[in-house]
Design a protein around this ligand. Structure first.
Ligand SMILES: CC(C)(COP(=O)(O)OP(=O)(O)OC[C@H]1O[C@@H](n2cnc3c(N)ncnc32)[C@H](O)[C@@H]1OP(=O)(O)O)[C@@H](O)C(=O)NCCC(=O)NCCS
Length: 233
């Protein structure tokens, strides 16, 4: 007798772009558009610790507890079903819902979940918002910081903009004193540019800001961009 299907299996990791989803590979990271809300929540958990929040200043009610973050960041495709069981049924149902793509909101950010190829664990997540000057955001989980993976994450996100979304320019802003972030941006070839001296974080803190951009003349749109989004001339 079939007693129930249990948590749905995740979709396979996409290896090529299509249907609003993107797939990118670097030396140590496998990056792809989050498949479902669980992927996205794990990516968010990568930046929910106090070290990352020192720079992000997200609203406290959007953060998960350290215990939940550790639980989420220990998930890989081999133990996903088992770890999902720790959540109440209604939450589980929400987490396994596929991310609807393309996002109907034209101002929405494109996100890339970054999986550490050697362990299958989520190393971090990045975002790129075409409607906001191609602004990118990056976060690595604590265990993956300080090993040069930030540079790979920035490079992959710039490639998403240039080679997948057809953007000539992508940009980034960071707090002036965030040397790891600035180091990753500079190592990935971003150059400092003009920008507002101050920036207000979601929690209301006003911080000194440094701004960067990365340009590429050789742009392309990949098969992940829906045909309707491509302007033909
Ligand atoms: C920012 C972040 C993505 C950087 O990634 P990372 O893997 O830790 O950084 P890396 O190891 O790639 O270091 C990047 C570069 O900065 C340099 N660097 C690191 N710390 C530095 C410091 N304190 N001062 C100067 N340079 C520093 C590194 O030497 C490296 O340069 P190299 O490649 O030329 O050697 C990561 O630390 C993180 O997620 N932090 C928390 C969230 C955050 O700050 N996000 C960005 C908000 S704007």
């Amino acid at each position: 007798m079939i007693r129930g299907l249990g948590p749905r299996r995740p979709q396979p990791v996409p290896v090529r772009c299509g249907g609003g989803r993107h797939a990118i590979r670097t030396a140590r990271l496998v990056l792809y558009t989050p498949r479902d809300h669980l992927d996205a929540e794990i990516g968010v958990a990568a930046g929910s610790d106090s070290d990352a929040q020192r720079w992000f200043g997200w609203n406290p009610d959007t953060l998960v507890t350290p215990e939940t973050a550790a639980h989420l960041l220990g998930i890989h495709d081999g133990n996903r079903a088992e770890r999902l069981r720790a959540f109440p049924r209604a939450v589980r149902r929400e987490l396994v819902r596929p991310v609807v793509l393309p996002d109907p909101d034209p101002r929405a950010a494109h996100r890339l979940l970054a999986v550490h190829a050697a362990t299958g664990l989520v190393a971090g997540m990045s975002s790129l918002t075409p409607g906001n000057g191609g602004a990118i955001g990056i976060q690595l989980a604590p265990d993956f910081r300080g090993r040069g993976l930030g540079t790979e994450l920035v490079e992959a996100t710039a490639r998403l903009g240039h080679e997948h979304l057809g953007l000539e320019s992508v940009s980034a802003g960071t707090e002036t004193s965030n040397h790891r972030c600035r180091g990753a941006l500079e190592a990935a070839g971003f150059v400092e540019c003009e920008g507002p001296a101050l920036h207000t974080l979601p929690d209301g803190r006003v911080v000194d800001s440094a701004w960067y951009e990365h340009e590429s003349a050789g742009t392309a749109r990949c098969a992940g961009v829906p045909a309707a989004a491509v302007t033909r001339v």
